[in-house]
Design a protein around this ligand. Structure first.
Ligand SMILES: C[S@@+](CC[C@H](N)C(=O)[O-])C[C@H]1O[C@@H](n2cnc3c(N)ncnc32)[C@H](O)[C@@H]1O
Length: 280
């Protein structure tokens, strides 16, 4: 579809109506990316008039829930940006390896490749058995795929190069059971993972984590929401905790106020100690 079928104003008012109807807040999502998502949704369901979309979204709960994936892109990869994972091993795990229990949160984990990448690295560092991993996403569909741990062989072929870059001496069969069409992550890499639907915008989390991954999720949010989420993520970290953002995220100013840059090329930030924040 060449031009947008819906204007920014129409998208904004649809998001306000959705917030009222379902209490799911997309109002601070970046408008141009939402417009593209809504256009994808309309094209998929052959809806040409914004009013028809409006009535379908607000009257059909299942349609709305299934639409979330069209509003966003769940793009992810195994060992996405492999050099960033080298940074995670060197700049984070080397420092946290003394911990008896390591708590890791993948916020916006999509279909799970990021979670299993980290589980493989934790295992390689001898830390997997001491780790509790929380994998959350807004999309139930993406989360179900994450939980299944099943990926097509075509996808695995696509991931092989990045995998080899990180683990030149290992083979995918060390981590996945390979079938003709499907690769399934071995149970060892799933057993410490809890999967949970969670909306970051709700800023609701009682646990504290040593490492939070929030890679390529902030890209959807406008400046105000980005700041709010950064404050929230900082509050969910232990005192010596780390935040890992994505290669495609622009780094909000707030990150530099509450975090020390640990490894900029890997987008790794360390929570500032309280005394330093007070002194500023
Ligand atoms: C581009 S994917 C990134 C996946 C993975 N972190 C990575 O970098 O490979 C972004 C994910 O963020 C999720 N997402 C978007 N808004 C969210 C929100 N408010 N709360 C939780 N997850 C959200 C989407 O469903 C999608 O799966």
């Amino acid at each position: 579809m060449g031009s947008l079928a819906i204007s920014e104003e129409e998208v904004k008012s649809l998001m306000t109506a959705m917030k009222k109807r379902y209490d799911l807040d997309f109002t601070n999502y970046e408008t141009s990316s939402l417009c593209r998502g809504v256009t994808r949704l309309m094209a998929k369901h052959k809806i040409s008039a914004p009013l028809d979309l409006w009535s379908r979204v607000l009257n059909d709960d299942d349609f709305f829930l299934n639409s979330i994936d069209d509003l966003m892109i769940n793009l992810t990869e195994l060992f996405r940006n492999p050099e960033a994972w080298v940074g995670v091993r060197k700049s984070i795990l080397e420092n946290l390896k003394y911990k008896q229990n390591l708590k890791v949160w993948h916020a916006g984990c999509s279909t799970g490749e990021e979670v299993y990448t980290m589980a493989m690295i934790l295992d390689d560092c001898g830390l997997l058995d001491r780790s509790d991993i929380l994998a959350t996403d807004l999309s139930k569909k993406a989360l179900a795929q994450a939980q299944s741990g099943e990926y097509s062989i075509q996808l695995m072929n696509k991931y092989a190069k990045s995998f080899k870059k990180f683990f030149p001496k290992r083979i995918l069969e060390d981590f996945f059971d390979l079938d003709t069409d499907i690769a399934t992550i071995k149970p060892r890499y799933k057993r410490n993972v809890t999967y949970q639907q969670h909306n970051l915008v709700s800023c609701d989390m009682t646990d504290k984590f040593d490492i939070i991954f929030c890679r390529n999720v902030l890209i959807y949010f406008d400046g105000v929401l980005k700041q709010r989420i950064i404050n929230f993520l900082e509050s969910c970290l232990t005192e010596d905790g780390y935040l890992v953002l994505g290669f495609y995220d622009t780094i909000p100013q707030r990150v530099l106020e509450v975090f020390d840059v640990k490894d900029q090329s890997s987008r790794i930030y360390k929570k500032k100690v309280k005394e330093i924040i007070k002194a500023i």
